[in-house]
Ligand binder design. Structure first.
Ligand SMILES: Nc1ncnc2c1ncn2[C@@H]1O[C@H](COP(=O)(O)OP(=O)(O)OP(=O)(O)O)[C@@H](O)[C@H]1O
Length: 729
């Protein structure tokens, strides 16, 4: 009977969903035709609102159609209200759709009218009698899950509203995990909805323990903001910053599945335009590079005499020797620096030098000729022009960053800022080539300290203004000289391509904010001076050891902005059994953790294997068992020092070969990883923000011991599994 009932309900919903798709296709064709026709301006203005809206629906629908996401239907919700309010059901979808008469067929989930879908509860039904979630596979409705919110209204109204299913949330939470995060539009919970719909003012801070939906809520919030004020947020840009490239790939499909693509998703190593770093420094080095004192070191660096540039200049003119000695040049350098960013002073360089030189002209013959003639002579003199351009070359941040690789230079600017030991750590890390994630904020700091290298056209304009360097200096050539002489040879550091003025966004969203170092806060702070912010994090999961210093940097980045706090209290990821185990650990090791309630029981207790004699055999057994028992992803979490070893193990286990191309690629560079592997090897830090159906933790004690914040890292690791957790050590 109940199956029959469910089938009948599904068929009825399918009919409605089909109607929505027919209408959607009609409006897409319509919008396309309008765009293709390229109507004249007046007509566009006349029908502006309509055309724009159709075009928007078209764009959003196209993106949603492109997304071949199995579980995610366009129409996912239905509200049956008290007949006294509305006799017709309301349908909720990823985007809004109207029919030819412009009646609403589907309400966009972000519209105010959809709010009640998320906020209504049995205690405060707000007119909702039945809330229904439609589960779909592409365009096919495969299930419905109902909740009865107001029995009395149902009795009173005498309507026929059957109740089907076991509840959408549990069905959604029990699904197997794949490599991407999915949107939760159908099952957003009331406390999450409040954070999602908070106005885009000041700073919205969303806190909560592991698995409470902070990330997914923040992404839905980005979609909400774009919907609520498209001009502001699409025009000004929305920046979403997460901890790693792996994490960004994990979350990248959520916004497109909501029809939104106008968002910049950047990992911390990619925040600076044109730069892409994917490797972390080891913890001891990361701790030095992340500390606020690096800002002082870099400020000093930016003010130094360019290594290799001339330190004096001498010229004969009208019987006189004019000398720019190192002391005088040092004073002139400081004078120029005091007027603003180094590169911005380029147009003033020649005049500053000429002023100082003219003061030395005291003889009659020289004075008689006059200043103008003096300037003309100098600017026509190849020796002077060459000196001026070599003394103050246009510099890009990567070049200046390269100066720090010289031990003597570093010890000079580092004096009293970083210890000798720290200098050695820095030098060692900069010796091996490519930029690390921790270097990126340092490079950014230098960009801001020296300013952009002027573009050629700007140069020409600036030079025209001074009237001093006419025809004399080819700045293009200067750039080449400076690059040739001072660029760090052989390094894969590309110069930032974006200009400082283009760095700002209208909204900045920081995920896993507890991990930002002070230097990273400074970097993201520069991108959000005029922005509203969403900041998401859980202090207990922090891997930055100096919490007060990070708090100060964060406060500076957000200075003057009003704070609105939201807290999430239910863990939707872990089974109750797994989370109890992790929470026990947090209490035992003294982490001051925010412990949410986990709602889903599986009857599977976490398994602790060990102490073991043969680690490889024990891990192999645990991974094989886990992979047999879960349908979705499996993460093998290892100490940093064991990553290659465990990858080699996994690559050599034939029974798991199909699921582990990443491990094979890690040990054999001729193998290409598929990127869709079910089984992956990760370090503790790599797991931040991610989740897997099964987790096998290798040598947990070593993870705990490998950094000052190892306990917080291990706590993160223990909260990544949805179904099965095994530790082997
Ligand atoms: N309302 C919801 N309906 C369905 N699934 C949800 C809901 N809220 C959260 N989830 C799921 O719970 C899991 C955890 O969410 P998310 O990763 O956003 O949590 P988090 O708070 O950022 O976690 P952590 O801090 O541990 O990284 C995800 O799979 C997410 O889809």
């Amino acid at each position: 009977m109940s199956e029959e009932l469910e089938a009948r309900e599904i068929a009825a919903e399918q009919a409605y969903v089909d109607e929505v798709y027919v209408q959607l296709e009609a409006s897409m064709v319509n919008a396309q035709a309008l765009a293709a026709e390229g109507r004249n301006r007046g007509r566009l203005e006349h029908e502006g609102g309509l055309v724009e809206r159709d075009a928007m629906v078209f764009q959003a629908a196209k993106r949603i159609a492109q997304l071949d996401a199995a579980h995610e239907g366009l129409v996912f919700g239905r509200l049956d209200l008290d007949p006294a309010i509305d006799a017709l059901p309301r349908y909720i979808g990823r985007i809004g759709v109207r029919n030819a008469e412009r009646d609403v067929l589907l309400i966009d989930w972000r519209a105010p009218a959809a709010g009640v879908f998320y906020q209504a509860t049995a205690a405060t039904p707000s007119g909702v009698v039945r809330r229904r979630v439609l589960r779909s596979l592409h365009r096919t409705v495969i299930g419905v899950e109902d909740e009865l919110l107001d029995q009395e209204a149902l009795d009173r109204g005498g309507a026929d509203l059957p109740i089907v299913g076991e509840g959408a949330l549990m069905a959604q939470l029990s699904r197997a995990r794949d490599r991407s995060m999915h949107s939760i539009v159908a099952t957003i919970q009331a406390e999450q909805d409040q954070a999602i719909r908070a106005p885009g003012k000041g700073v919205v801070s969303i806190s909560g323990g592991p698995g409470t939906g902070k990330t997914v809520v923040a992404l839905h919030r980005a979609a909400f903001l774009l919907y609520s004020d498209r001009r502001r947020y699409e025009g000004g840009g929305v920046l979403v910053v997460g901890p790693s490239g792996v994490f960004m790939r994990y979350i990248e499909r959520v916004l497109p599945s909501l029809g939104e693509t106008a968002v910049a998703l950047r990992s911390l190593g990619e925040v600076v335009g044109g730069v892409r770093a994917t490797r972390h420094d080891e913890p001891a080095v990361a701790d030095v590079k992340g500390a606020t004192k690096m800002a002082e070191l870099l400020r000093r660096t930016a003010r130094q005499h360019a290594p290799g540039a001339p330190t004096s200049f001498r010229i004969y003119w009208r019987d006189e020797t004019i000398v720019l000695d190192p002391g005088l040049l040092g004073r002139l350098r400081r004078q120029l620096m005091s007027q603003g960013r180094r590169n911005r002073q380029l147009p003033r360089v020649a005049k500053t030098l000429l002023d100082a030189m003219w003061r030395q002209v005291t003889g009659e013959r020289g004075r008689e000729r006059g200043r103008e003639a003096f300037d003309d002579d100098m600017l026509g003199h190849a020796g002077f022009v060459e000196f001026a351009s070599a003394w103050w070359p246009p510099l890009d941040a990567s070049t200046v960053f390269g100066w720090l690789r010289e031990p003597e230079f570093l010890s000079r600017v580092g004096e009293g800022v970083v210890t000798r030991e720290e200098q050695l750590l820095l030098l060692k890390s900069w010796g091996d080539g490519d930029l690390t994630i921790e270097d990126v904020p340092l490079l950014d700091e230098l960009r801001y300290a020296i300013g952009d290298v002027p573009q050629r056209t700007d140069d020409e304009r600036d030079l025209d203004e001074t009237g001093l360097l006419e025809g004399g200096v080819d700045l293009q050539e200067l750039t080449t000289i400076s690059e040739r002489e001072y660029a760090p040879g052989g390094l894969a550091w590309s110069a930032p391509t974006h200009r400082i003025e283009d760095d700002g966004y209208a909204h900045v969203l920081i995920d896993e904010a507890q991990d930002l170092t002070p230097m990273q806060w400074r970097m993201v702070g520069r991108r959000g001076r005029a922005a509203s912010w969403t900041i998401v994090g859980d202090p207990a999961q922090s891997s930055w050891p100096d919490a007060p210093e990070a708090a100060t940097a964060r406060a500076e980045a957000l200075e003057g902005k009003e704070l609105h706090e939201f807290h999430l209290s239910t863990n939707y990821r872990n089974s109750a059994e797994i989370y109890a185990f992790a929470a026990d650990y947090a209490r035992r090791v003294g982490l001051d953790a925010d412990l949410p309630d986990a709602v889903r029981r599986t009857g599977e207790e976490p398994r602790v294997v060990g102490p073991v004699d043969d680690l490889e055999a024990a891990v192999r057994e645990a991974v094989a068992t886990t992979s047999d028992r879960v349908e979705g992803t499996v993460g093998i979490v290892v100490p940093v020092a064991r990553r290659s070893e465990v990858n080699a193990w996994l690559a050599s286990w034939p029974e798991l070969a199909d699921d582990a191309s990443g491990a094979r690629a890690a040990v054999d560079s001729s193998v290409t990883p598929s990127g869709e592997d079910r089984i992956v090897v990760l370090t503790g830090l790599d797991t931040k923000g991610l989740e897997f159906d099964g987790i096998v933790v290798v040598a947990p004690q070593e993870i705990e011991d490998e950094s000052a914040t190892g306990r917080a890292t291990l706590y993160v690791v223990l909260t990544r599994a949805t179904q099965l957790l095994t530790t082997v050590g």
